[in-house]
Design a protein around this ligand. Structure first.
Ligand SMILES: [Zn+2]
Length: 357
């Protein structure tokens, strides 16, 4: 009977040309504004063994100002009606990613932590403060060192680790077919970034049915190329979060154009990230529909920035607005600007027939 009702609904939708997304389960992704740091809260579409929706948090923002970013994460958790973090990924040990973990652990339970393992000492001692704040948390937490190829268990989702501690996957993400990548004929490489710890970033692919999200934290430019050349081991994506805040250190064209995201989301601030090269690469990516920004970028003109409705925060009056994405298993998703409620629907697309996923 239920099957029959669903069949009737499908015919009704076809007849009217209206695709209803009401009542469909979603996985919700909050791109939390940490003013140029990183924190992405992912809420599972279904309940886990504890009878609640499960949470995956990718980084916890900055150490300073004290507690600010943890409060913003808790606000997003309240919006999602979740009370603890099931899986916390500490992508690497720079303060704009790990700095907020201790303050967050004061506010909400964190059940399991994944990180890249050993800390690589910094030439610049000031960059160690974030890691040092995390050490006492790490000593008492359930910590798992992430390895490429590992899966992170989250109810209803497939979450794959593709990079950690300088190592990258060498086989395609399950379901992705290995094939030669035509974008690799002559990929532009860069002098390897000498800064430790970005190189160690834990990168993940998150899948919910046909919806796919790519987040490589602050992985470096040449490593990005290794993931897609000579064969694209990652596949193509619904959404790509600009690597390393949209700075010139990451976001290689070979990676972005191989990933073919419909939507890119940038975790920049007014002066960090959002550089001309990032806009050029993202906007010219085949199949890109929109480029959402957590902040207006002062590094380029107003005309190069995305239209206002796709920007969550402006230089004056930064109130920490997030960008919320709700994805459905058919690959469709909705993105909402936390500043003004502007929402855009991205309908499901028929599968693209290409040489790789
Ligand atoms: Zn960073």
């Amino acid at each position: 009977m239920r099957r029959m009702v669903l069949a009737c609904m499908a015919i009704g939708s076809l007849a009217t040309g209206v695709v209803s997304t009401q009542g469909q389960a979603t996985t919700d992704i909050y791109f939390i504004d940490t003013d140029g740091g990183q924190s992405v809260l992912i809420v599972s579409p279904s309940k886990g063994i504890l009878g609640t929706k499960e949470t995956l948090l990718l980084d916890a923002g900055n150490l300073n100002p004290p507690g600010r970013d943890a409060e913003r994460i808790v606000a997003a958790m309240k919006d999602a009606a979740v009370e603890w973090i099931d899986q916390m990924v500490v992508s690497h040990y720079h303060g704009d990613h790990v700095g907020g973990v201790a303050a967050l652990a004061d506010k909400v339970p964190i059940r399991r932590v994944l990180d890249p393992g050993a800390f690589v000492p910094e030439q610049n001692g000031n960059r160690e403060a974030g890691y040092l704040s995390y050490v006492p948390i790490r000593q008492n937490a359930h910590v798992v060192v992430a390895k490429p190829g590992m899966k992170i268990p989250v109810a209803g989702l497939e979450v794959h680790v593709v990079s950690s501690a300088g190592d990258l996957i060498t086989a395609p993400v399950p379901g992705v077919r290995r094939s030669a990548n035509p974008l690799c004929a002559n990929p532009q490489r860069k002098t390897q970034d000498p800064t430790p710890n970005n190189f160690e970033s834990v990168g993940v692919v998150v899948e919910y049915g046909r919806f796919r999200y790519l987040d490589l934290a602050d992985l470096t430019w040449n490593q990005e190329i290794e993931l897609v050349c000579p064969a694209n081991l990652l596949g193509t994506f619904s959404v790509y979060r600009t690597t390393r805040h949209g700075t010139e250190w990451s976001g290689a064209q070979a990676l972005v154009h191989s990933a073919r995201p419909r939507v890119a989301v940038m975790n920049n601030n007014p002066t960090k990230g959002g550089v001309p090269g990032t806009f050029q690469v993202v906007k010219s990516s085949p199949g890109l529909e929109d480029f959402w920004q957590l902040h207006f970028s002062d590094n380029v003109s107003k005309e190069v920035n995305s239209p206002e409705q796709f920007i969550a925060n402006f230089t004056a009056g930064d109130a920490g607005h997030h960008i919320k994405l709700s994805a459905r298993s058919d690959g469709s998703f909705t993105v909402t600007n936390g500043r003004n409620g502007f929402a855009k629907e991205y309908p499901a697309q028929p599968p693209v027939v290409t040489s790789s996923r």
